[in-house]
Design a protein around this ligand. Sequence first.
Ligand SMILES: NC(=O)c1ccc[n+]([C@@H]2O[C@H](COP(=O)([O-])OP(=O)(O)OC[C@H]3O[C@@H](n4cnc5c(N)ncnc54)[C@H](OP(=O)(O)O)[C@@H]3O)[C@@H](O)[C@H]2O)c1
Length: 245
Amino acid sequence: MNTTEIRTALVTGADRGLGYCIVKELLAHGWRVFAGKYLEDYSLLDELAETNPELYPVKLDAKSGDDMKKVRDIIDAKVGKLDLIVSNAAIMGGDHTDDISSTTPLDTDTLAMFFQTNSYAAPLLVDTMLPLLRKSDYRRLFFTSSEISSVRLMRRTGGMRYAMTKTALNLGVRMIFNTLRPEGFTFRLYQPGWMKRMSADKSLAVHGIVDPADSAREAVRQILEDRIDEDRLVLVDYMGRELSY
Ligand SMILES: NC(=O)c1ccc[n+]([C@@H]2O[C@H](COP(=O)([O-])OP(=O)(O)OC[C@H]3O[C@@H](n4cnc5c(N)ncnc54)[C@H](OP(=O)(O)O)[C@@H]3O)[C@@H](O)[C@H]2O)c1
């Protein structure tokens, strides 16, 4: 079979949770998937690869431009083009070192790491993969955002670090959109819902209301569906509702 016949995706933060479930969903739709591995103690991707020959787990720290270049070279050698990026990796959580007026001081070192991972990794990844993306006629870019990225909707006081990084992600995506939409690139900005976190044995946390597998099914539905309004950059949630951002 000609290796360019199957569509090819790269998914970051794929060891578990939404990223892992998006990988599974794309495989089920017949895609070839390069899946970013980051966590040493998670083997879900390797186990999945045993029964899915079109799954290629690749080491990818979303903060690392060197990792991205290595992954680009791997995809280039294997396929020669890239149809879809799913930029999903993120650090979440807060420990009150990002709350104004808390007893602990604001932690600027951690802030920098959050921004590198949650905000700047997306444009870095797109820029690094651009030569391969330009060889595709599909050219679709998906970014996992959040409802807490919305300046208009924000009602919380705590967890400022994570929230700010997702707002910055949205702005980065807007600027990528401004640059690449004229070349035919299409964009998906996704709010996955409050998801249950996934452990190394695939069990799900009690907290959360959305199973990451359900959110991934909707994410991939939105990825695969062509829109009539591709010239608008919209934030859409796991129920298909457009959100303000
Ligand atoms: N969970 C929710 O309720 C929720 C709500 C709104 C939006 N989101 C967004 O949805 C996406 C997936 O969330 P999830 O619940 O599936 O989270 P998750 O289970 O924590 O999955 C995210 C993965 O990215 C990894 N990661 C962290 N830093 C990375 C790096 N530098 N390079 C590569 N991977 C890295 C995480 O590893 P570690 O575990 O080591 O951090 C984790 O494996 C994220 O973008 C998140 O911000 C989640």
